[in-house]
Design a protein around this ligand. Structure first.
Ligand code: NAP
Length: 560
């Protein structure tokens, strides 16, 4: 029997029609990589599942991020994809090592069709509230379609970078031209021809978009607050030999991925930078720079992200590349980053620095020339050299200003748990999860890529599969043992948060202002939001399941 057939046969018995929605086993919020696989996995185990997504199509991040230049920035190869289905691996051909947004969306649509996912996905539906009812021990979910759904389990696959950050700049609402956030890009093509475009933000999104907008627009003004290190993406056609190797023994390849720190079958260098001479190190950096992608961070020396000296030398190597590439030394100077390389989310680019050699591109350094206001047809900045006001006339404004990352989406949902406690109240000072998937006082609520899980620093499709399967097995355990709810204990969550923090403190990540620490959002407290222990996380999950779920409280089905 084919995988498709097996899926259809299993799930038809448990399928719920729209009319039947009042009571269902599981609601999944989000139809991106995580939510789609959670649906597949839970449905295969015989549960009735409904997925809600506010977008008009499936794909999550890959639905919304249609800005020019959006493409995968995971280490090259055919590995940023689902890994659970060997048939899918055999049949889907990726063209490039860093597929663009439309290719990833095409892939996800193929997956949705192949595994017949659409019949349980309700689009254009925003979940407005999720409240745990302590009497029925179920979640009540309300949508903007005036539906109320009762579900035993709530799976939040909300995305780590989905709560857009729209900065509060005086006069923002007065701008009369077109204005787009990169993460809420319109489906209709955006035409830059003949336009004076301004872009605020030089993170991954800005750096991917800037070279292409510069080519298409009349003028581009880049408003940069913090320069970022970026590395050539090295995007190229997929190596057929690598695909062949992966297809020949996919289970072995998948095992390699699961054991590697990033969830991709690449080996982290066993050398310290101290093992080589300065000349040898420069040769290694140069070789990796030419190759492109993240090899320069992970395949050169293992201590780049933990040792300040190793990090500083490589950072200076990249600064030299910026000075070499950008013709105007004053512009080059403004582009030089000053933080530990790799401790903000590493950006990969296509001709980013060279874009500043174009006559139609202007770089405004907001550290010396801050924005004073946004006006109907311009942005005003303060010129700190002349102490005057500079006006930048604009027809279009792009906000590449990022996200309230990792915790933002679930805090905006603000579920209510036991005794009506709201997540925002519980996390008002610090967030704390158990295993990055569950939260004390929130029974039967599971997060995919939640705070304090490996999430954005592991291969995200693979991570979502492993977490979803753990959730599926946990639910099966509850059923087998006549238990109705599972809730993380406060002690277990406190210990987990400490472990996450301890691991981060052994690296240079925690020293840097980044969205990993919440520093990009005004007023957000600083706390490292990613479990940096890599594959050890998944071994822990397996151990917890094998040992009857220590750290959790289980409540039996019969409440009376
Ligand atoms: P980001 O990395 O958070 O960058 C946001 C940019 O906006 C920063 O340069 C930030 O400056 C600037 N900014 C924010 N508020 C501002 C304000 N009030 N005034 C001036 N500048 C302001 O966001 P992003 O570029 O959207 O990327 C977020 C993450 O999404 C990435 O790190 C990556 O993980 C993911 N992503 C992935 C891909 C991919 O896989 N292909 C593509 C795009 C994004 P400061 O640095 O000074 O705060």
């Amino acid at each position: 029997m084919s995988e498709n057939q097996s899926t259809q046969n299993t799930s038809s018995s448990t399928d719920k029609t729209a009319a039947d929605l009042s009571s269902i086993d599981a609601v999944v919020i989000g139809a991106g990589f995580g939510g789609m696989y959670a649906l597949h996995s839970l449905r295969e185990s015989g549960l009735s599942v409904r997925v809600f997504d506010a977008a008009a199509g499936i794909g999550g991040t890959w639905w919304w991020n249609r800005y020019p230049g959006a493409r995968v920035d995971f280490p090259g190869g055919p590995f940023y994809c689902y890994t659970f289905s060997e048939q899918l691996i055999q049949e889907w051909d990726w063209a490039e090592t860093q597929p663009d947004q439309s290719s990833v969306l095409a892939y996800l649509n193929h997956v949705a069709d192949k595994f017949d996912l659409r019949r349980n996905i309700q689009l254009n539906t925003h979940v407005e509230s999720a409240v745990f009812d302590s009497t029925s021990q179920r979640w009540t979910i309300q949508t903007n379609q005036s539906e109320t759904v009762s579900a035993q389990y709530l799976i939040c696959a909300l995305g780590t970078l989905s709560a857009a950050n729209r900065p509060e700049i005086p006069g923002m609402e007065t701008f009369t031209g077109q204005c787009y956030h990169t993460g809420q890009w319109p489906s209709d093509p955006v035409d830059f021809t003949g336009k004076r475009v301004g872009i605020i933000g030089t993170g991954s999104s800005g750096i991917q978009a800037i070279p292409l907008i510069a080519e298409a627009a009349d003028q581009l003004t880049v408003f940069q607050r913090t320069p970022q290190f970026t590395i050539p993406s090295g995007n190229q056609p997929i190596d057929p030999a690598l695909v062949q190797e992966a297809r020949q023994d996919w289970p072995a390849m998948r095992q390699r991925m699961m054991k590697s720190p990033l969830g991709a079958p690449y080996t982290v260098s066993s050398l310290s930078a101290k093992d080589h001479t300065a000349e040898q190190r420069q040769a290694k950096y140069e070789q990796q720079w030419r190759k492109g992608s993240l090899g320069i961070l992970f395949e050169t020396y293992h201590d780049v992200l933990t040792n300040k000296e190793s990090n500083a030398e490589l950072a200076e190597f990249i600064r030299c590349k910026i000075r070499e590439t950008v013709h105007d030394p004053l512009v080059a100077e403004k582009l030089l980053p000053n933080y530990h390389l790799g401790t903000k989310r590493q950006v990969l680019d296509n001709d980013y620095y060279a874009t500043y050699n174009r006559d139609n591109v202007n770089l405004i350094d907001l550290r010396t020339n801050p924005i004073l206001s946004i006006n109907p047809t311009s942005i005003s900045t303060k010129n700190s050299t002349t102490d005057s006001l500079d006006q930048h006339p604009l027809d279009m404004l792009i906000l590449a200003t990022g996200y309230d990352a990792i915790t933002g989406a679930i805090q905006r949902l603000d579920p209510k748990g036991l005794d009506g406690i709201s997540l925002s109240a519980q996390w008002s000072e610090r967030f704390s999860t158990y295993l990055g998937m569950t939260i004390p006082n929130f029974p039967n609520l599971f997060m995919i890529h939640g705070p304090e899980s490996p999430s954005v620093l592991f291969n995200m499709p693979l991570g979502a599969e492993l977490q979803s399967d753990w959730i599926r097995d946990c639910i099966q355990h509850l059923k087998d043992n006549h238990q109705n709810t599972i809730t993380a204990s406060a002690d277990a969550a406190t210990a987990w948060s400490k472990e996450v923090e301890n691991i981060a403190s052994q690296t240079l990540y925690a020293d840097t202002e980044s969205w990993y620490t919440g520093a990009n959002i005004p007023g957000k407290h600083r706390q490292f939001a990613v479990y940096l222990g890599g594959p050890a996380y998944y071994s822990k999950l397996a151990d917890i399941a094998a040992n009857d779920y220590p750290g959790f409280g289980l409540q039996p089905t019969d409440l009376k």
